[in-house]
Ligand binder design. Sequence first.
Ligand code: Q46
Ligand code: ZN
Length: 300
Amino acid sequence: MKCRKCGDVAVLELRRHNAAFCAPDFLEFFRNQVREAVRKHRMFGRDERVLVAVSGGKDSLALWDVLLGEGYQTTGLYLDLGIFDYSVESRAKCEAFAAARGAPLLVVPVAEAVGAPVPVIQAVTRRPPCSGCGLSKRYLMNRAALEHGMPVVATGHNLDDEAATLFGSVMHWQTDALPRQSPALPSTHPKLVRRVKPLYRLSERETAAYAFLRGIDYIVEECPFAEGATSIAHKEILNRMEDASPGAKHNFLFGFLDKARAAFERAEAVALNECARCGQVTTGTVCAFCKLADQVKRAT
Ligand code: Q46
Ligand code: ZN
Protein backbone atom coordinates (compact mmCIF):
# COMPACT_ATOMS: atom_id res chain seq x y z
CA MET A 1 0.00 0.00 0.00
CA LYS A 2 1.35 3.39 -0.97
CA CYS A 3 0.46 6.86 0.22
CA ARG A 4 -1.80 8.64 -2.25
CA LYS A 5 0.04 11.89 -1.70
CA CYS A 6 3.74 11.04 -1.66
CA GLY A 7 4.02 7.38 -2.68
CA ASP A 8 5.72 6.39 0.58
CA VAL A 9 4.62 3.36 2.56
CA ALA A 10 1.07 3.96 3.79
CA VAL A 11 0.08 3.36 7.42
CA LEU A 12 -3.66 3.68 6.99
CA GLU A 13 -6.12 2.73 4.29
CA LEU A 14 -9.34 4.72 4.00
CA ARG A 15 -11.60 2.57 1.90
CA ARG A 16 -14.42 5.07 1.72
CA HIS A 17 -12.03 7.57 0.15
CA ASN A 18 -10.38 4.85 -1.90
CA ALA A 19 -7.05 6.08 -0.56
CA ALA A 20 -4.15 5.24 1.72
CA PHE A 21 -1.82 7.65 3.50
CA CYS A 22 1.57 7.74 5.21
CA ALA A 23 1.52 9.20 8.75
CA PRO A 24 2.33 12.87 7.91
CA ASP A 25 -0.09 12.93 4.98
CA PHE A 26 -2.83 11.29 7.02
CA LEU A 27 -2.43 13.96 9.72
CA GLU A 28 -2.69 16.62 7.03
CA PHE A 29 -5.75 14.91 5.53
CA PHE A 30 -7.33 14.90 9.02
CA ARG A 31 -6.62 18.59 9.61
CA ASN A 32 -7.96 19.43 6.17
CA GLN A 33 -11.25 17.72 6.98
CA VAL A 34 -11.54 19.83 10.14
CA ARG A 35 -10.64 23.00 8.20
CA GLU A 36 -13.29 22.15 5.61
CA ALA A 37 -15.93 21.58 8.33
CA VAL A 38 -15.11 24.89 10.04
CA ARG A 39 -15.09 26.78 6.74
CA LYS A 40 -18.21 25.23 5.22
CA HIS A 41 -20.39 25.77 8.27
CA ARG A 42 -18.71 29.00 9.43
CA MET A 43 -18.24 27.37 12.82
CA PHE A 44 -15.98 30.01 14.34
CA GLY A 45 -13.42 32.60 13.39
CA ARG A 46 -9.90 33.28 14.60
CA ASP A 47 -11.11 36.25 16.63
CA GLU A 48 -13.56 34.13 18.62
CA ARG A 49 -12.94 32.15 21.77
CA VAL A 50 -14.04 28.54 21.45
CA LEU A 51 -15.04 26.34 24.36
CA VAL A 52 -14.00 22.76 23.55
CA ALA A 53 -15.94 20.17 25.55
CA VAL A 54 -13.50 17.39 26.42
CA SER A 55 -14.33 14.01 27.93
CA GLY A 56 -10.82 12.53 28.03
CA GLY A 57 -11.64 10.27 25.06
CA LYS A 58 -9.88 10.21 21.71
CA ASP A 59 -12.37 12.32 19.77
CA SER A 60 -12.58 15.40 21.95
CA LEU A 61 -8.83 15.45 22.69
CA ALA A 62 -8.04 15.00 18.97
CA LEU A 63 -10.34 17.92 18.24
CA TRP A 64 -8.68 20.13 20.84
CA ASP A 65 -5.27 19.13 19.52
CA VAL A 66 -6.17 20.15 15.95
CA LEU A 67 -7.70 23.47 17.04
CA LEU A 68 -4.67 24.31 19.18
CA GLY A 69 -2.41 23.45 16.24
CA GLU A 70 -4.45 25.71 13.98
CA GLY A 71 -3.95 28.58 16.40
CA TYR A 72 -7.57 29.02 17.50
CA GLN A 73 -8.28 30.59 20.89
CA THR A 74 -9.57 27.59 22.80
CA THR A 75 -10.47 26.73 26.38
CA GLY A 76 -11.24 23.16 27.40
CA LEU A 77 -14.30 22.27 29.45
CA TYR A 78 -14.35 19.05 31.43
CA LEU A 79 -17.65 18.15 33.06
CA ASP A 80 -16.97 15.84 35.97
CA LEU A 81 -19.95 13.47 35.91
CA GLY A 82 -18.91 11.65 39.08
CA ILE A 83 -19.13 8.25 37.36
CA PHE A 84 -16.79 6.22 39.58
CA ASP A 85 -13.23 5.48 38.32
CA TYR A 86 -14.20 6.42 34.78
CA SER A 87 -14.58 10.07 35.79
CA VAL A 88 -11.44 10.09 37.94
CA GLU A 89 -9.35 8.74 35.08
CA SER A 90 -10.88 10.78 32.29
CA ARG A 91 -10.45 14.00 34.28
CA ALA A 92 -6.77 13.15 34.84
CA LYS A 93 -6.30 12.64 31.07
CA CYS A 94 -7.83 16.04 30.31
CA GLU A 95 -5.78 17.80 32.98
CA ALA A 96 -2.55 16.19 31.74
CA PHE A 97 -3.38 17.09 28.12
CA ALA A 98 -4.09 20.72 29.02
CA ALA A 99 -1.04 21.06 31.27
CA ALA A 100 1.32 19.63 28.63
CA ARG A 101 0.13 22.22 26.12
CA GLY A 102 -0.29 25.15 28.50
CA ALA A 103 -3.96 25.33 27.47
CA PRO A 104 -6.68 26.59 29.85
CA LEU A 105 -9.11 23.98 31.17
CA LEU A 106 -12.32 24.59 33.10
CA VAL A 107 -13.56 21.77 35.33
CA VAL A 108 -17.21 21.76 36.38
CA PRO A 109 -18.40 19.01 38.73
CA VAL A 110 -21.95 17.95 37.88
CA ALA A 111 -22.45 17.04 41.54
CA GLU A 112 -21.99 20.70 42.51
CA ALA A 113 -24.30 21.99 39.80
CA VAL A 114 -27.12 19.47 40.10
CA GLY A 115 -26.65 18.40 43.72
CA ALA A 116 -25.51 14.83 43.04
CA PRO A 117 -23.31 12.87 40.60
CA VAL A 118 -24.78 11.03 37.59
CA PRO A 119 -25.24 7.62 39.32
CA VAL A 120 -27.28 9.28 42.10
CA ILE A 121 -29.28 11.32 39.59
CA GLN A 122 -30.12 8.06 37.87
CA ALA A 123 -31.28 6.45 41.13
CA VAL A 124 -33.38 9.49 42.08
CA THR A 125 -35.06 9.95 38.71
CA ARG A 126 -35.32 6.22 37.92
CA ARG A 127 -34.59 7.09 34.34
CA PRO A 128 -31.70 5.83 32.19
CA PRO A 129 -28.41 7.44 33.36
CA CYS A 130 -27.82 9.03 29.96
CA SER A 131 -31.05 11.00 30.29
CA GLY A 132 -30.03 13.12 33.32
CA CYS A 133 -26.42 13.09 32.18
CA GLY A 134 -27.16 14.35 28.67
CA LEU A 135 -29.49 17.05 29.94
CA SER A 136 -26.91 18.25 32.49
CA LYS A 137 -24.10 18.23 29.93
CA ARG A 138 -25.99 20.32 27.38
CA TYR A 139 -27.05 22.81 30.05
CA LEU A 140 -23.65 23.13 31.70
CA MET A 141 -21.77 23.51 28.42
CA ASN A 142 -23.98 26.40 27.42
CA ARG A 143 -23.81 27.98 30.88
CA ALA A 144 -20.01 27.71 31.06
CA ALA A 145 -19.66 29.30 27.61
CA LEU A 146 -21.97 32.18 28.57
CA GLU A 147 -20.28 32.75 31.92
CA HIS A 148 -16.88 32.96 30.27
CA GLY A 149 -17.98 35.07 27.32
CA MET A 150 -17.48 32.42 24.66
CA PRO A 151 -19.90 32.41 21.72
CA VAL A 152 -19.45 28.79 20.69
CA VAL A 153 -19.08 25.28 22.11
CA ALA A 154 -17.28 22.63 20.03
CA THR A 155 -17.79 18.92 20.75
CA GLY A 156 -15.91 15.89 19.46
CA HIS A 157 -18.82 14.11 17.75
CA ASN A 158 -17.51 12.19 14.76
CA LEU A 159 -19.09 10.74 11.62
CA ASP A 160 -19.95 7.47 13.38
CA ASP A 161 -21.66 9.32 16.25
CA GLU A 162 -23.64 11.51 13.91
CA ALA A 163 -24.66 8.66 11.59
CA ALA A 164 -25.76 6.56 14.60
CA THR A 165 -27.83 9.44 16.04
CA LEU A 166 -29.45 10.01 12.66
CA PHE A 167 -30.14 6.29 12.31
CA GLY A 168 -31.83 6.25 15.73
CA SER A 169 -33.93 9.31 14.92
CA VAL A 170 -35.02 7.85 11.59
CA MET A 171 -35.77 4.45 13.10
CA HIS A 172 -38.25 6.13 15.43
CA TRP A 173 -39.18 8.94 13.06
CA GLN A 174 -38.33 11.55 15.66
CA THR A 175 -39.04 14.33 13.24
CA ASP A 176 -38.43 17.06 15.82
CA ALA A 177 -34.89 15.71 16.37
CA LEU A 178 -34.03 15.71 12.66
CA PRO A 179 -33.63 19.46 12.10
CA ARG A 180 -31.36 19.64 15.14
CA GLN A 181 -29.06 17.06 13.60
CA SER A 182 -26.48 19.37 12.14
CA PRO A 183 -22.73 19.96 12.31
CA ALA A 184 -23.46 23.54 13.34
CA LEU A 185 -26.44 24.83 15.29
CA PRO A 186 -26.73 28.61 15.28
CA SER A 187 -27.52 30.69 18.33
CA THR A 188 -31.24 31.37 18.27
CA HIS A 189 -31.33 33.39 21.51
CA PRO A 190 -28.81 35.70 23.20
CA LYS A 191 -28.43 33.15 25.99
CA LEU A 192 -27.87 30.20 23.70
CA VAL A 193 -24.39 29.78 22.26
CA ARG A 194 -23.55 28.18 18.90
CA ARG A 195 -22.89 24.45 18.97
CA VAL A 196 -20.52 22.92 16.45
CA LYS A 197 -19.04 19.51 15.63
CA PRO A 198 -15.84 20.01 13.62
CA LEU A 199 -15.10 16.25 13.44
CA TYR A 200 -18.36 15.28 11.73
CA ARG A 201 -16.50 14.48 8.47
CA LEU A 202 -14.12 12.04 10.20
CA SER A 203 -14.82 8.49 11.29
CA GLU A 204 -14.12 7.02 14.70
CA ARG A 205 -11.32 4.93 13.21
CA GLU A 206 -9.76 8.08 11.78
CA THR A 207 -9.88 10.00 15.07
CA ALA A 208 -8.34 6.96 16.81
CA ALA A 209 -5.55 6.92 14.22
CA TYR A 210 -5.00 10.66 14.60
CA ALA A 211 -4.83 10.40 18.41
CA PHE A 212 -2.41 7.48 18.16
CA LEU A 213 -0.13 9.14 15.63
CA ARG A 214 -0.10 12.38 17.65
CA GLY A 215 0.76 10.49 20.85
CA ILE A 216 -2.36 11.72 22.65
CA ASP A 217 -2.93 9.88 25.92
CA TYR A 218 -6.68 9.31 26.14
CA ILE A 219 -9.01 7.11 28.14
CA VAL A 220 -9.76 3.99 26.13
CA GLU A 221 -12.61 2.70 28.31
CA GLU A 222 -16.07 3.97 27.51
CA CYS A 223 -18.38 5.30 30.19
CA PRO A 224 -19.73 2.22 32.03
CA PHE A 225 -23.27 3.39 31.30
CA ALA A 226 -22.64 3.40 27.55
CA GLU A 227 -22.78 -0.39 27.49
CA GLY A 228 -26.07 -1.63 26.14
CA ALA A 229 -27.05 1.84 24.92
CA THR A 230 -29.05 1.69 21.72
CA SER A 231 -26.58 4.06 20.06
CA ILE A 232 -23.97 1.30 20.30
CA ALA A 233 -26.32 -1.19 18.62
CA HIS A 234 -26.92 1.35 15.87
CA LYS A 235 -23.18 1.84 15.43
CA GLU A 236 -22.72 -1.90 15.02
CA ILE A 237 -25.38 -2.09 12.35
CA LEU A 238 -23.82 0.82 10.48
CA ASN A 239 -20.36 -0.76 10.78
CA ARG A 240 -21.67 -3.90 9.12
CA MET A 241 -23.11 -1.84 6.32
CA GLU A 242 -19.83 0.03 6.02
CA ASP A 243 -17.89 -3.25 5.73
CA ALA A 244 -20.14 -4.41 2.94
CA SER A 245 -20.15 -1.05 1.21
CA PRO A 246 -17.42 1.46 2.14
CA GLY A 247 -18.83 4.96 2.32
CA ALA A 248 -22.28 3.83 3.51
CA LYS A 249 -22.13 5.87 6.73
CA HIS A 250 -20.81 8.91 4.93
CA ASN A 251 -23.53 8.71 2.27
CA PHE A 252 -26.24 8.22 4.87
CA LEU A 253 -25.23 11.27 6.91
CA PHE A 254 -24.13 13.58 4.13
CA GLY A 255 -27.12 12.67 1.97
CA PHE A 256 -29.39 13.66 4.84
CA LEU A 257 -27.55 16.93 5.47
CA ASP A 258 -27.44 17.90 1.80
CA LYS A 259 -30.82 16.68 0.60
CA ALA A 260 -33.26 15.96 3.41
CA ARG A 261 -32.58 17.99 6.53
CA ALA A 262 -34.17 21.20 5.29
CA ALA A 263 -37.47 19.39 4.70
CA PHE A 264 -37.82 18.78 8.45
CA GLU A 265 -37.13 22.31 9.55
CA ARG A 266 -40.16 23.88 11.12
CA ALA A 267 -41.58 26.95 9.52
CA GLU A 268 -42.42 28.63 12.80
CA ALA A 269 -39.66 29.13 15.33
CA VAL A 270 -40.19 27.68 18.80
CA ALA A 271 -40.72 30.45 21.33
CA LEU A 272 -37.85 30.61 23.82
CA ASN A 273 -38.14 32.09 27.29
CA GLU A 274 -35.71 32.62 30.11
CA CYS A 275 -36.07 30.18 33.00
CA ALA A 276 -37.72 31.88 35.97
CA ARG A 277 -35.13 30.29 38.26
CA CYS A 278 -31.77 30.31 36.52
CA GLY A 279 -32.30 32.62 33.56
CA GLN A 280 -31.16 30.08 30.98
CA VAL A 281 -33.21 29.36 27.90
CA THR A 282 -36.28 27.12 28.06
CA THR A 283 -39.50 26.58 26.16
CA GLY A 284 -41.49 26.53 29.43
CA THR A 285 -41.38 28.60 32.61
CA VAL A 286 -38.80 26.63 34.59
CA CYS A 287 -36.10 24.78 32.64
CA ALA A 288 -35.61 20.99 32.70
CA PHE A 289 -32.26 21.37 34.45
CA CYS A 290 -33.74 23.35 37.37
CA LYS A 291 -36.52 20.77 37.66
CA LEU A 292 -33.95 18.00 37.75
CA ALA A 293 -31.89 19.80 40.40
CA ASP A 294 -35.07 20.26 42.48
CA GLN A 295 -35.93 16.60 42.22
CA VAL A 296 -32.40 15.63 43.30
CA LYS A 297 -32.47 18.10 46.18
CA ARG A 298 -35.77 16.72 47.49
CA ALA A 299 -34.51 13.15 47.40
CA THR A 300 -31.04 13.57 48.86
S1 Q46 B 1 -24.49 10.26 28.44
FE1 Q46 B 1 -24.58 8.18 29.18
FE2 Q46 B 1 -22.50 9.34 28.02
FE3 Q46 B 1 -23.38 10.29 30.34
S2 Q46 B 1 -24.00 8.41 31.32
FE4 Q46 B 1 -22.11 7.92 30.23
S3 Q46 B 1 -22.83 7.16 28.31
S4 Q46 B 1 -21.26 9.92 29.77
S5 Q46 B 1 -21.69 10.13 26.16
ZN1 ZN C 1 -33.34 26.91 34.96
